[in-house]
Design a protein around this ligand. Structure first.
Ligand code: SAM
Ligand code: SF4
Ligand code: SF4
Length: 358
């Protein structure tokens, strides 16, 4: 266990702060990415993430004092950057529900070592926020959009928002220089898989990069079933029949999407195949939840309470020591070991994605 009882005396010489390369986990994976969930609330109720029946009007979301302050988030991010993090993504819940998020963006953008600062949003509040975020130093945005068919879109957002708002958000982000925008599409069999070709047609040639994500068994509340997963391979074959594609190399080690480009030059798409083709081997991501828990895997059932350490007065070296110690011990590879049967029966307790940050 890592907790606030750890003192700097326990980590005197093991901080490779001068050499970020030295931080590698038990499976030799470096720490490169930090995903920060700024709040657990959301204005959508996507059934695969926050089903309405569970997340109803009196659901107890975190209270303000339970959430990390910006100062606390920046302290954790600073320590993480010293250990090798160069990519930071703000997520949630819905990060744009935080009206002051540009202030946090501005502070994170100034951290030494951060060369990629991104944000994932459902896009509904993006048109109003894009310019401010870009001015604050955000580099790019990913917009989650599961269908361009209004009915299917509404079914997958839990009846919230409308397509026109999301399209306006994407356009505003491009105009503000936050492009190329990436579009995350969770593909669920029998729900939106029949609308994928239309969605690709909509974005082909626009410079926007669509990424098709296999429905994952994150958390325990989304009723995940293996038979609702559309394997990326199947989808690829179907898309190829419409528009020939060819593979493109990775942008950087640890990139989760397998990239393809349209042979006719209409742009790029990606597949994120966590279920059928796991990529734990080079997973370099840590996640910080809105209440300050640090998780080393999207499917974790426990994390480390950094808020406790922060509020008990841990100094920067101690914080860095705690992070370093967690990462050095990390051996997560859930997707490589996944048993669909255990996942369907919720045998393992897992932290929900809206809380941990997607
Ligand atoms: N609310 C923001 C949004 O939707 O973009 C940010 C948080 S959301 C948890 C981050 C990403 O996780 C979204 O792209 C969403 O589609 C994805 N996601 C959530 N539940 C998922 C699941 N069960 N399987 C695959 N992706 C999921
Ligand atoms: Fe909200 Fe994003 Fe989860 Fe949908 S996927 S419920 S938009 S946090
Ligand atoms: Fe990384 Fe865990 Fe996903 Fe594997 S299952 S890629 S270790 S987050």
């Amino acid at each position: 266990m890592h907790n606030s009882l750890m003192t700097s005396a326990q980590f005197p010489d093991e901080l490779p702060a001068e050499d970020p390369q030295a931080i590698a986990d038990a499976l030799q994976r470096p720490l490169h990415d930090l995903r920060i969930s700024v709040l657990d609330q959301c204005n959508f109720r996507c059934p695969y993430c926050m089903p309405e029946a569970e997340f109803h009007s009196d659901y107890a979301f975190l209270k303000r004092q339970q959430r990390l302050t910006y100062d606390e988030i920046v302290r954790v991010a600073t320590a993480a950057c010293k250990l090798g993090v160069s990519k930071i993504r703000l997520t949630g819940g819905e990060p744009l529900l935080d009206k002051n998020i540009a202030v946090l963006v501005e502070r994170l953008a100034k951290l030494p070592g951060v060369d990629d600062l991104a944000l994932t949003t459902n896009g509904v509040l993006l048109s109003a926020a894009a310019e401010k975020l870009a001015k604050a130093g955000l580099h790019r945005v990913t917009v989650s959009l599961d269908s361009v068919d209004e009915k299917v879109f509404r079914a997958m957002s839990g009846g919230r928002g409308d397509l026109a708002q999301v399209f306006a958000g994407i356009a505003a982000a491009e105009d503000a220089g936050l492009g190329p925008v990436k579009i995350n599409v969770v593909v669920q069999k029998g729900v939106n898989d029949h609308t994928i070709i239309d969605l690709l047609r909509h974005f082909r040639g626009s410079g926007t990069i669509v990424r098709l994500i296999e429905f994952m068994d994150v958390g325990n509340r989304n009723g995940w079933r293996m038979n609702q997963v559309v394997p990326s391979r199947e989808l690829l074959t179907k898309i190829q029949q419409q528009w020939p594609l060819r593979p493109v190399g990775r942008n950087y080690p640890g990139e989760v999407a397998r990239r393809y480009e349209y042979v006719d030059g209409a742009g790029e798409i990606g597949f994120i195949s966590s279920v059928t083709e796991p990529f734990c081997g080079d997973c370099s991501r840590a996640r910080l939840s809105a209440d300050g828990m640090l998780y080393t895997c999207l499917f974790a059932n426990q994390g480390t309470d950094l808020r406790k350490s922060l509020r008990n007065g841990a100094v920067d070296d101690e914080l860095q020591g705690i992070l370093s110690s967690i990462w050095l011990q990390r051996a997560d590879r859930y997707s490589e070991l996944r048993s669909p049967e255990l996942a369907e029966h919720h045998v393992l307790q897992k932290v929900e994605m809206y809380r941990m940050g997607g």
